[in-house]
Structures are given as C-alpha cells and as structure tokens.
Design a protein around this ligand. Sequence first.
Ligand code: DC
Length: 223
Amino acid sequence: MKKGFVITIDGPAGAGKSTVAKALSHRLSYIYLDTGALYRVVAYKMIQVGISRENREQLEDLCPHIKINLKYLGGRMRVMVDDEDVTDKLRTEEIGLIASKVSAIPLVREILLQVQRESGKNGGIIAEGRDTGTVIFPHADVKFFMDATVEERVERRYRELLERGDRIDYQEIKRDLIRRDRQDRERKIAPLIPSADAVIIDTTRMSVTDVLETMISVIKSRQ
Ligand code: DC
C-alpha cells in the first residue's frame, strides 16, 4: 500500500536541495532519499580500492561488487557499504568531484537506479538529486527543480564548509562548482535539466522557510 506521495527535488549543486529535502521529509514524516550519496559511495570505494577516476574499465569491474544497503533511521538515510556505515565520510569536495565524473558512466547509473527505485516503491518519499524527476521517478506525484545563481550557490557552499571547520578557498569552491555544473549539465545520459512538469523554484533571494512554505502549498494543491 502506498504510504504517501513520491516527491522529487532536482537542481544543481548548492541550490539548497538537501537542506530543504531534509526539512520537508521531517515535516511530512516521509523518508529522505539522498541520491547524491550513492554516487559518492562509488567514488569512496574507488579511493579505498585505489582506482583512478580515469580508469573506467576497472571501475566497471568494481561496480557490480559494491553492495549498497540503505537504512532509514527516523526517516534519515544511512548508507551501508559492505556492512560499513559510510554516511558521514561522503561529503568531501574530493569525493564530490569524483562522484560527478563517475555519474556520467551508464553502468554506474543503471546499478544505482535500482537501489533508488526500490526506496520509492511504497511512496512517502522525498527523493533529492539531479535526475530524480526526469529519470528515477518520472511518474512522481510532485516534482520540484530548485535553482539559484552561481554566486549565491558558491556563497552557500562556502558558508557550509566554513561552519564545518574545513580549510577552504572561495575561488577554489567557485571553480569546482562551475566545473561540476558543466559536467552534470553536459553529460549524455540523465543530464541535469528540469523535467517538463517540474515546479521551478529560484531560491536566490528566498529563505529555507520561504522555499518550504512554497513547496507545502504546491503539495497541498495536489492532494
Ligand atoms: O548532490 P551531490 O553533491 O551529493 O552529488 C554528487 C554528484 O553525484 C553530482 O555532482 C552528480 C552526481 N549525481 C547524479 O548524477 N545524479 C543524482 N541524482 C545525484 C547526484
């Protein structure tokens, strides 16, 4: 039996997707599927095993052997890989860049697609990522595409990393973000584009609360 809507949130890096997806899942008591974490797991495994990002052949051999298991604790997703909980090890800039690169490989997307669909089969889910509305859940009940200017997204990323106590350089973040945008938008499969039926929200001048309230009113109008 379906436990609620399938809601997707797509958009580029730094648009505020994960903050809003977490808050929304909490508000609706839905599970929160962080799809980026799955691509990050592949990158994490590559570093652990010692495969360079250029070595596609070795990566394709490795992929089917990565055993990913998602657990939901109080609605929050934990990523288990070969019985190790790696959730808190995935949010580094290095892993983000490798994840963006490997996400252009069809085999990687195909394997991760199954894991994601499995999580959404009963509804009651906020799926957040770059292709959740276009490819993973094309029949989602409500689709959002969050965007913001490059300057605003860099600023948010900068503040986030600063709060975490990371050593960071503003220009380096800007360069990485623009590079990641280009990689994600220009790839041949599942490029970052809004689904035709998505509600586009430009969050540049909006607070998290404003975005959340906008989304809630759209969701209510679909019920
Ligand atoms: O959202 P994130 O920064 O954790 O994602 C890391 C990379 O993974 C991103 O640059 C592209 C890829 N990704 C993707 O291709 N499709 C998704 N649904 C989510 C992430």
